[in-house]
Design a protein around this ligand. Structure first.
Ligand SMILES: Cc1ncc(COP(=O)(O)O)c(C=O)c1O
Length: 361
């Protein structure tokens, strides 16, 4: 099967990958302790830092985002963690925190609602917490949490470390890590980066790294201290997926050619188009004013058979997502992130219109 004969992905990960990026992955490997590797490493890391608007160190992991979700809590929580939950992935971060044996409490809102800064402030005022986890774009519900406002609240509590899952926002939604004071911002590459799954990145502030120094039993693979030691040499502690790093290098060039502001603007336009369609034909699941710029979760207000819709779309060469977990059948999701263009969005919406008409007939 040729690369182009696969159905086109409009799911919130893995996302559509451009040929040029896929081809870069077939580059002959180099030794990960060589000077050539360090050059590649520096290039990739500098690009990621630029996109995150940060001077913080960036670690590269050959893992998915979940690895760094675990690393983030294991390396930073000294007292107790407040996990803000608004859907399946933010709930997963609470589970991860618990399963690592770290003291933590969930602060949960109904699915479809956003975590609000007032709730963060109330939690932090108790004085019980030294760490907060928030998912920026909650992929399961299509909610974009008000990160600027939440970060402003956390800044009022100087001892509190802010950990952000940027899995479906990194490289798609403008997020100025240093300005917001985000201590750890993490994501894998198969979403907004438009690269096949396999590596992940996280930015780590000085104080997050300092926290890690005094925490015992973090294991080896995700210990920030170990990562730092190697990052200083422009290396990773263990053998990384060099193929993914080549893909990143190519993708970073493409991103900077497009221009960061243009990239973020394109995502805004795609989101607007999908939301307009969703409001006309169905309704939105996310709370008004808190809709994600990268994934739209559509309420099945017409009571259609979503599995039938998805099967029909697949036959036509398009993949759209069902609702996640308990939202399966009740919602479906269209992703508009990474390298998709407004024309791709117009195309999928027109195919959806045509398919819905067929289903009505
Ligand atoms: C918001 C969010 N966080 C975390 C994850 C977990 O990512 P991974 O499966 O790549 O580890 C996902 C996956 O879709 C996600 O959407």
């Amino acid at each position: 099967m040729s690369l182009t004969s696969k159905p086109k992905l409009f799911i919130p990960g893995p996302t559509h990958v451009e040929h040029e990026v896929l081809t870069a992955m077939s580059e002959y490997p180099i030794g990960h302790r060589s000077a050539a590797f360090s050059e590649l490493y520096d290039d990739v890391i500098a690009g990621v830092a630029k996109i995150l608007y940060t001077q913080n160190r960036i670690y590269l992991g050959t893992c998915t985002a979940t690895g760094f979700m675990e690393a983030a809590v294991r390396n930073t929580v000294q007292k107790r963690c407040a996990n803000f939950i608004c859907g399946a992935f933010s709930k997963r971060w609470h589970q991860i925190t618990k399963m690592c044996g770290i003291p933590c409490d969930p602060f949960e809102v109904e699915m479809g609602m956003a975590n609000k800064p007032e709730a963060v402030e109330d939690a932090l005022r108790t004085g019980k917490y030294d760490t907060v986890t928030v998912v920026h774009s909650e992929t399961s519900t299509g909610v974009l949490n008000p990160l600027n406002e939440i970060a402003a609240v956390v800044k009022q509590f100087p001892h509190v470390v802010l950990l952000i899952d940027m899995v479906t926002s990194m490289a798609s939604i403008k997020t100025e890590v240093d300005k917001l004071g985000i201590d750890v911002a993490l994501a894998g590459v198969q979403k907004g980066w438009g690269i096949p799954p396999g590596i992940a990145f996280c930015s780590v502030s000085d104080r997050a790294l300092a926290r890690s120094e005094n925490i015992q039993n973090k294991g080896f693979y995700f210990d920030f201290q170990v990562m730092e030691k190697y990052a200083k040499r422009s290396q990773t502690p263990t053998t990384p997926s060099i193929s993914h790093m080549y893909a990143m290098q190519t993708q970073l060039k493409r991103i900077f050619n497009e221009g960061l502001e243009a990239r973020f603007e394109r995502h805004g336009k795609m989101a607007k188009q999908v939301r307009k369609w969703a409001r006309d034909k169905f309704s939105l699941f996310a709370e008004n004013g808190y809709e994600s710029e990268t994934v739209t979760c559509i309420k099945n207000s017409r009571g259609i058979d979503i599995s039938d819709l998805l099967a029909r779309l697949l036959k036509k060469g398009y993949v759209v997502s069902d609702g996640y977990g308990p939202l399966k059948g009740k919602t479906f999701r269209i992703a508009h992130m990474g390298d998709l263009l407004l024309n791709d969005i117009k195309e999928i919406l027109s195919v959806l219109d045509e398919t819905l008409l067929e289903m009505d007939a």
